[in-house]
Design a protein around this ligand. Structure first.
Ligand SMILES: Cc1cc2nc3c(=O)[nH]c(=O)nc-3n(C[C@H](O)[C@H](O)[C@H](O)COP(=O)(O)OP(=O)(O)OC[C@H]3O[C@@H](n4cnc5c(N)ncnc54)[C@H](O)[C@@H]3O)c2cc1C
Length: 611
């Protein structure tokens, strides 16, 4: 397959109708969709390698070895955070004041190393994007586009049928490029958390991909059940398209900047400059340049190209092409409390990242799946989405507090943020819209020791109120941008995490979970008061690698970087079409959302050009 990829001579100094930057979820989707038309030429440039036939990519839980390895992971790093400490998801596994932001580097982007959750947002969250002044960007259109990306396939067998695989056939795609399924190996502990939640009034739902998420369920995964391997944007969209003569896919091509000229008052992209094999090259764009380089790199590339805030660009010596102050602003990320870990009773045989390596566990799984079953992999599948009113009896008080704070600061907020907060408050008040996710995490987050079944119950904030920034810190494209997430800048975010930790304790202290767990290892018996919990949560958090918003879709005067056609304001032919355009982060894992954005982008671009 490697030989089907382009050589640098196929791309450098050549001209293509569309130059797509970044071969991740959005880039693979768009390059593939546009090149369906044989009369349209497309170049896709990806900074990383192809990783075709690489078991660390194809084996679903190979992500554990990819993360922090620069061959697969950009290993971005945030600034030092004042209010929080990153724990567990650091190379040492210990605490760090800055956060390590893994991002997939290679064809498939982050779909090649993500944790495989396949989840779709709540209907109201997507409709909130439209309400920000983006006609057409609503649930109906998103849902139809998102389903086009996937083919749902039932799994032939699983190791724990009691944890039911529920879905609605009208809410999943049946003929898209990315095979999805329910992972056949689960830990088993998910069922007991589900039962514990049910005992506290939380419903098990049977249509988790249909836009109504509140409840608990087994999540789908980007795994092809026919082979037991990971489905990525590259395996789904690019591999089947590699024989198209009108599509050139160049890997190890690091894009430095978009090249532009001025036409009347607008900036026009003429191509991009990229580095390959130590040499700098240019590829020309006859129609458009489409940035799909992620929430971290798309705003960075715009700034390196002179499109951004004058006050950021001029001190770096980057000539300003378009003064667009919103580039790199409005950064949002899901913060997760990583240290709510239980030691489980061994007689239940729960499978975890530790116990799956034991010969007796492997033999048992093989006996269920048969020898031709492919790799044995564990995926995280137990998900729960809860509205604030369900997990906190302080909901009304917290809403009132945040409302007051917004009111007091209304005239200090950057353009568009007041409108975003209004939408967020609407979601927070809605007793049917989830504000929190809790995942059952059967991956060892406990210090090393002999293999024991440890399970995490990890809550993450769905709609953070804190906002950060990503900006270039040098005119040198190889110097990565400064990532300032401003975690917990807004108190409501920590309030929500603390309330969720208390809720988890309430649900696990007796009943079905207590029956199968030996002890709460962390936080443990020494952390009891609200104050102690508050302190503990703040010092035990991680990113979930879901950041969005740095090239927000919004009216220009409301903090927008792109318009409803995903065109960058002030330019004629530069679009951004990755997760960075999502102006309000949704509560779920973000890959299915990004595929949905990219499918819509492809429709819009095709319609704009009549192709
Ligand atoms: C560790 C991790 C775990 C995750 N787990 C889940 C999960 O379980 N479920 C879920 O739904 N989502 C998950 N996500 C998030 C999800 O994968 C992303 O939201 C999604 O991939 C975003 O798509 P994108 O196209 O915006 O960016 P990406 O898929 O990251 O693609 C960006 C691409 O651009 C390339 N690129 C960047 N800069 C340049 C440049 N200068 N030149 C050329 N190419 C460049 C990158 O190498 C990359 O291939 C996870 C992400 C990570 C990092």
């Amino acid at each position: 397959m490697e030989q089907k990829l382009a050589k640098v001579t196929d791309v450098a100094q050549k001209s293509f109708d569309f130059v797509v930057v970044g071969g991740g979820v959005s880039g693979c989707t768009i390059a593939s969709r546009l090149s369906e038309n044989p009369n349209v030429s497309v170049a896709l440039l990806e900074a990383g390698n192809s990783h075709f036939d690489d078991p660390l990519v194809s084996v679903p839980d190979g992500w554990m070895q990819q993360v922090f390895d620069p061959e697969y992971d950009w290993v971005f790093r945030t600034t030092t955070q004042e209010k929080v400490v990153n724990n567990i998801t650091t190379p040492s596994g210990g605490p760090d004041k800055s956060f390590f932001w893994s991002r997939g580097k290679g064809l498939g982007g982050s779909s090649a190393l993500n944790f495989l959750f396949w989840t779709r947002p709540q209907r109201e969250e997507i409709d909130a994007v439209e309400a920000l002044g983006n006609p057409g960007w609503n649930w109906e259109r998103y849902f139809a586009a998102a389903k086009r990306a996937e083919t749902f396939l039932p799994s032939p067998a699983n190791n724990f049928p009691e944890f039911r695989e529920l879905y609605n056939k009208d809410s999943v795609g049946h003929s898209g490029p990315v095979p999805i399924s329910f992972c056949r190996t689960v830990s088993g502990a998910e069922l007991y958390f589900q039962k514990a939640l049910e005992a506290h009034g939380v419903k098990t739902i049977d249509d988790g991909l249909g836009g109504s998420l509140t409840g608990t369920f087994k999540a789908a995964a980007n795994i092809d059940p026919r082979t037991g391997t990971r489905s990525t944007a590259a395996t789904g969209y690019i591999v089947p398209a590699l024989d198209r003569p009108n599509l050139k896919v160049l890997t190890a091509a690091y894009v430095n900047r978009v090249l532009t000229k001025k036409e009347d008052d607008d900036v026009v992209a003429t191509g991009v400059e990229f580095e390959h094999g130590g040499n700098v090259h240019v590829v020309h764009a006859a129609k458009e340049v489409i940035l799909c380089a992620s929430t971290v790199k798309s705003p960075h590339i715009l700034e390196l190209s002179g499109i951004g805030n004058r006050n950021v660009l001029e001190p770096l010596g980057i000539p300003v092409q378009v003064d667009l102050p919103s580039v790199g602003e409005n950064l949002q990320d899901h913060l997760i409390f990583t240290s709510c870990v239980f030691k489980m009773k061994e007689e239940h045989g729960f499978v975890t990242s530790e116990t799956i390596t034991l010969p007796e566990v492997q033999t048992k799984l093989r006996s269920i799946y048969g020898e031709a079953a492919g790799p044995l992999s564990l995926a995280c599948t137990g998900v729960t989405f809860l509205p604030l009113h369900t997990f906190s009896d302080r909901a009304d008080e917290l809403i009132e507090k945040v409302e007051k704070r917004i009111e007091q600061n209304a005239d200090k907020l950057p353009p568009g943020l007041k409108e975003q907060y209004e939408q967020q408050l609407k979601l927070l008040k809605d007793k049917n819209v989830p504000d929190l996710e809790i995942v059952v995490f059967p991956v060892n987050v406990h210090p090393a020791g002999p293999p024991k079944p440890h399970i995490g119950l990890l809550p993450s904030i769905g709609h953070p109120f804190s906002r950060g920034t990503i900006h270039a810190s040098s005119s040198d494209p190889k110097v990565q941008p400064t990532i300032e997430p401003n975690y917990l800048a807004e108190e409501i975010d920590i309030d929500i995490l603390v309330e969720s930790a208390k809720f988890i304790r309430k649900v696990t202290q007796d009943g079905p979970w207590k029956d199968v767990s030996e002890a709460e290892l962390i936080p443990g018996a020494n952390v009891t008061t609200d104050e102690q919990l508050h302190e503990f949560v703040k010092t035990n958090v991680s990113t979930t690698w879901h950041s969005s918003g740095t090239c927000s879709l919004a009216p220009k005067e409301k903090g927008g970087v792109v318009d409803t056609h995903l065109k960058v304001y002030g330019t004629k032919n530069i679009r951004v079409a990755d997760l960075s355009i999502l102006p309000l982060l949704t509560v779920v894992h973000t890959q299915a959302t990004t595929y949905g954005i990219a499918e819509q982008a492809a429709d819009i671009i095709k319609a704009d050009h009549g192709i």
